[in-house]
Design a protein around this ligand. Structure first.
Ligand code: MF3
Ligand code: CO
Ligand code: CO
Length: 256
């Protein structure tokens, strides 16, 4: 495994990329309402990213992905493809995952939205999944191991009778969208590589209400829970600082 640490100048550029990705998630919130299609959400984000932010939407044509964002509704774990046929309805939960490229550097972030009012069990899954991300971010500093990150997420999810998706993980990020190291969202405290100043990576736990198993749909992108129960995900791009962490994709509503 070759992990490339970034210079302070590179991290400053990634911070701009991250802020722009976060802005997309802030901008799209008002449009996530009953009756909108995920295809329409994709179009709004695509136009904003290209025309307002002057960035490139990284997913578009990435390994053949056909759209500019991922939209993952209810039992969809990740990589949902926006579609004119997918109409959001009251009670749905949706993850919107945005990755922009700014001056060659990637900013990758996602959040969950409620479509109008949702059931208490859906609300709880979304909240606990966000807590999993925040607990992991909290321990990021030089010397923390990848196992520490995985285990803190797994413990919080399983304590709440949820499960952690195994097949998809966080990743190093920079000029390359997905680079080493892989950031597993489960694991054993103290195991794995230790973090160092200048590393940039995502943490993006996918937490299922039921069992952890997933299945890939016929479109070769959409990942769903095997048992059809709900899944939630939150993602940030992070940089390891001398004393802790810089959340490069922080939104205005968040304080780190
Ligand atoms: N943004 C996703 C991630 O967090 C990757 C999406 S790749 C795509 O890593 F091709 F599905 F868009
Ligand atoms: Co990512
Ligand atoms: Co992402």
């Amino acid at each position: 495994m070759s992990v490339k640490t970034k210079t302070p100048e590179e991290i400053e550029t990634m911070k701009i990329a991250g802020r722009k990705a976060a802005e997309v998630l802030e901008m799209i919130e008002q449009y996530v309402v009953p009756g909108v299609t995920t295809g329409e959400l994709d179009r709004i984000c695509h136009n904003y990213i290209t025309q307002e932010l002057h960035c490139i939407p990284a997913p578009l044509n990435y390994k053949g992905f056909p759209k500019s964002i991922c939209t993952s509704v209810n039992q969809v774990v990740c990589h949902g493809i926006p579609s004119e046929k997918k109409i959001l309805k009251k009670g749905d939960i949706i993850n919107i995952d945005v990755t922009v490229i700014y001056e060659g550097y990637h900013g990758d972030t996602s959040k969950m939205y409620f479509v109008d009012q949702v059931a208490p069990h859906a609300h709880r899954l979304v909240k606990i999944t966000q807590e999993c991300l925040y607990k992991a971010i909290d321990i990021v500093r030089p010397g923390t191991t990848l196992g520490d990150i995985g285990s803190i997420i797994q413990e919080h999810a399983e304590k709440n009778h949820y499960s952690v998706v195994r097949e998809y993980c966080g990743h190093g990020i920079g000029k390359v969208f997905h680079e080493d190291p892989q950031i597993l969202h489960y694991g054993t405290k103290g195991k794995g590589m230790a973090l160092e100043e200048g590393m940039t990576f995502t943490i993006e736990p996918m937490i299922n209400a039921g069992k952890h198993h997933t299945k890939l749909k016929g479109d070769q992108w959409t990942v769903e829970t095997k048992d059809g129960r709900l899944s939630a995900q939150w993602e940030h791009t992070l940089a390891v600082t001398p004393t802790g962490v810089d959340v490069l994709t922080a939104r205005k509503e968040e304080s780190f």
